[in-house]
Design a protein around this ligand. Structure first.
Ligand SMILES: Cc1cc2nc3c(=O)[nH]c(=O)nc-3n(C[C@H](O)[C@H](O)[C@H](O)COP(=O)(O)OP(=O)(O)OC[C@H]3O[C@@H](n4cnc5c(N)ncnc54)[C@H](O)[C@@H]3O)c2cc1C
Length: 422
């Protein structure tokens, strides 16, 4: 693995054979998460592919020239030509391998894959999910000197990292940007000494043996497991939704509202998230049409009052979407008037869907007792029905899902576990 500067770019990248180039920055958590993966893959593929790193802050001009807009960004080159996918953000090992394999003949790939040696690591506690619940459990366990690993399929932070502003987390006078709050939570836990394995694929989970396999080769074992996997947005399940996801249909206002400056947007839903996020989207978009199945919004009073005062937002109540289609750069949403059964067509630049969440329990669904909505049942110490397996945060069966309730669950589970292990 070699560090280069923009002066060497032509010789080392454009005039070389097969190259992977990592544009990284300092003070960049996703870059830190990538570094060990990059290093271990360099050992495997290094004889056939040149592994290069370039410090983005000191080579800005080249980064701009190559339209590298975030750190880390991985670029793949074959004889001077950029090929494959550009990987950014929480880069997964499996995605890097996929792109490296595309650079090489099949026989070579088979030889390299055969060299991958399974690894095993052991901890006292493994936490699945690094949102507020998992991060808080990690902090308490670490401070109790319990050897803990936090595992996440994405980067740490959970939903908070994509929440525009948080105004109800105690200890801050002013509303906090969600990404900063989650960054601080994560850094506090990391600084304490909790191990992190993030942006990984969870290949399998064996609750009985208390071990999980990551990225198909790395086995992690622990005496106790905490499930803190949170929730994911519900899909509408109507034609066009999956096809247009990420191409005009979004589930995250913080991530995507900025792309709709002076444009028209449709928002589906009428609960707290839909109402609050519509207000946020209106900072960018010109016109927002909210489509809601009931005859009134179900959000809290303050949010509804703010919505009613917002000139940019109008509502189509007692209507339900039936399909999404793309027409040029517009999204066509077909909605049904639930009273008259008339089908109407809404033309917009983008659609945001906020129709509730579902628990992330796919990996342990048949092994744990769940409530009727699929959330994990726990006792007052956050124990699940499975011995030595705890669950915290939004994934558990409870009435109120907030950051404060998730961090409280994480605290309780960690203290209960610390008592048992000591
Ligand atoms: C749009 C929106 C706005 C919100 N605004 C507020 C607010 O203003 N105030 C407030 O108090 N609450 C708010 N909430 C609720 C709050 O974000 C949640 O209650 C809180 O994040 C729950 O924390 P958690 O740790 O349980 O789960 P999450 O934050 O959902 O984190 C779960 C983590 O688990 C990871 N994960 C998922 N599956 C796996 C797996 N199989 N293996 C490993 N990791 C996995 C995910 O990548 C994620 O990082 C908001 C929620 C949303 C969606």
């Amino acid at each position: 693995m070699t560090e280069i500067t923009s002066v060497e770019f032509e010789k080392e990248v454009l005039k070389s054979g097969k190259v992977i180039l990592d544009f990284y920055s300092s003070e960049c958590p996703p870059c830190e998460a990538l570094a060990p993966k990059f290093e271990s893959l360099a050992k495997l593929y290094g004889q056939d592919v040149k592994f290069l790193k370039i410090f983005r802050q000191k080579n800005r001009e080249l980064a701009d020239q190559l339209v590298v807009k975030s750190s880390p960004t991985l670029l793949f080159y074959d004889n001077g030509k950029e090929v494959g996918d550009r990987l950014t953000g929480g880069v997964k090992r499996s995605d890097i391998i996929k792109n490296l394999n595309k650079l090489l003949p099949e026989s070579k790939v088979a030889t390299i894959i055969a060299k991958i040696k399974p690894t095993i690591s052991e901890y006292d506690v493994m936490i699945l999910g690094a949102g507020p619940g998992g991060l808080t459990a990690g902090l308490y366990l670490c401070q109790a000197k319990i050897n803990t690993v936090l595992i996440d399929i994405a980067l740490p932070g959970g939903h908070v990292s994509t929440t525009h502003e948080v105004s109800n987390y105690p200890g801050f006078i002013e509303p906090q940007a969600g990404y900063m709050l989650s960054h601080n939570m994560s850094e506090q836990t990391k600084l304490c000494g909790t191990a992190y394995k993030v942006a990984v694929d969870v290949t399998s989970v064996d609750l009985k043996k208390r071990e999980i396999v990551l990225d198909e080769y790395e086995t992690v074992k622990a005496k106790k497991i905490i499930i803190a996997t949170g929730t994911s947005p519900n899909l509408m399940g109507i034609p066009g939704e999956v096809e247009l996801k990420g191409k005009g249909i979004s589930y995250c206002a913080t991530c995507d509202a900025k792309y709709y400056g002076d444009k028209e947007v449709v928002v589906i839903g009428g609960g707290n998230s839909a109402v609050e996020e519509s207000d946020f989207i209106s900072k960018f978009a010109n016109k927002i049409t909210m489509v809601h199945q009931f005859d009134a919004f179900t959000a809290n009073k303050t949010a509804i009052e703010r919505l009613n005062a917002n000139q940019k937002i109008s509502a189509l109540l007692q209507h339900e979407p039936r399909s999404f289609k793309r027409n040029g750069d517009k999204i066509i949403t077909e909605v049904e008037d639930l009273q008259t059964k008339e089908i109407k067509t809404l033309v917009s630049d983008g659609v945001f869907i906020f129709i509730g969440m579902k628990p992330n329990v796919q990996l342990f669904k048949n092994k744990l007792t769940l409530d009727q909505w699929g959330y994990i049942k726990t006792d007052e110490d956050m124990r699940t029905s499975f011995p030595d397996v705890f669950a915290v945060g939004d994934v558990i069966s409870k009435k109120y899902r907030q950051i404060t309730t998730a961090v409280a669950d994480g605290t309780i589970a960690a203290i209960a576990i610390a008592k048992e292990l000591n």
